[in-house]
Design a binder for this molecule. Structure first.
Ligand code: RIB
Ligand code: CA
Length: 316
């Protein structure tokens, strides 16, 4: 097996973020070397504590560098999602054995510096997977765009191109929370791939599927994920009529391990920042011309059955 790909995950660690972190750490093709946190699903303190708990649960041989990031969007007032992820981001669940964190798990206080240091250290071998609002990445663009551009790929879960939003009628949550940051990152000429609701809402994990894995394998991780996801799944019973949850953030990680899961097209994307009616809306102009190489690529199709099998095989 070739050397694992170094990964930096930028997260607003709610429930599907936790699934994404577990999936990443359980993927031998990846080496999660950096985790930066950003306010979104929950405040950045809760988010950082959730990351520490997940890392404590997973006990990687080499703990990642963890750094706390932005506690508010660039311009907008922070909006969190307690109705979806719970006030603490984990649906009020405590994961056994992770309350008292070892001193070895230290937390840095400068996510932007951590992101840029990772780019300097790994260059084009680095993949950045951003599964929350893009505040930290936008600050990194402002601080040193050329250094950030050394990263091989930047994958962002966000946006809704040809489907309704999940935060109001037209906006996806991550880009609604910080539309200015999303517009900056998507128009900075960086090697970006966007994983929007168009594909993530085709990827539903049913509560029963996760329970079956936990019972069949007896895996401590799977059992913990059943507990952490319980309230997230009940939210979808009330709002979508199924006992399960969308695998938004895990799909962004899967795009690194198996890019063939996705069909992508280049598109110029602008994010609405001013209108109170359409704040966070992604306006995508799909491009087939020669300039398409400077635009982000947008996932418009996914092999959801293959992805779900892949995910359930590894969340143990
Ligand atoms: O819209 C879904 C996205 O917003 C996911 O990343 C979820 O964790 C929230 O951050
Ligand atoms: Ca997220």
């Amino acid at each position: 097996m070739p050397h694992p790909l170094p990964l930096l995950i930028d997260t607003d660690c709610g429930v599907d973020d936790a699934l994404a972190l577990a999936f990443a750490f359980r993927s031998p093709e990846l080496s999660v070397e950096f985790i930066t946190t950003v306010a979104g699903n929950v405040g950045v303190s809760h988010c950082t504590r959730n990351v520490l708990r997940i890392v404590r649960l997973l006990q990687p041989a080499t703990p990642p560098v963890i750094a706390r990031g932005a506690k508010r969007p660039l311009k907008k007032k922070l909006l969190t999602a307690p109705e979806v992820h719970g006030v603490d981001g984990f649906g009020g669940t405590t994961i056994r054995g992770t309350r008292f964190l070892p001193a070895s798990l230290r937390v840095g206080r400068n996510a932007v510096k951590t992101i840029l240091d990772a780019c300097r250290q790994h260059g084009s071998r680095l993949t950045i997977v951003a599964v929350g609002p893009l505040t930290n990445l936008a600050l990194a663009v402002k601080s040193n765009r050329r250094l950030l551009a050394r990263a091989g790929r930047i994958i962002t879960m966000g946006g809704a191109m040809r489907v309704p939003g999940n935060t109001g009628p037209v906006a996806e949550f991550n880009y609604f929370v910080d539309p200015e940051a999303a517009d900056i990152v998507l128009n900075a000429g960086l090697p970006v791939t966007v994983i929007p609701l168009d594909v993530t809402e085709q990827c539903v994990l049913l509560a029963q599927d996760l329970r079956d894995v936990a019972v069949r394998t007896g895996s401590r991780l799977a059992r913990a994920m059943v507990a952490v996801t319980r309230s997230y799944m009940k939210y979808h019973v009330r709002t979508e009529g199924f006992d399960g949850g969308y695998l938004h953030d895990p799909l962004a990680v899967a795009a690194v391990v198996d890019p063939g899961l996705l069909t992508t097209l280049p598109a110029q994307i602008r994010v609405e920042c001013e209108s109170p009616l359409t704040r966070g809306m992604t306006v995508a102009t799909f491009s087939y011309g020669t300039r398409s190489s400077v635009f982000p690529r947008v996932a418009i199709g996914v092999d959801q059955a293959r992805f779900k099998r892949f995910f359930l095989e590894r969340i143990v």
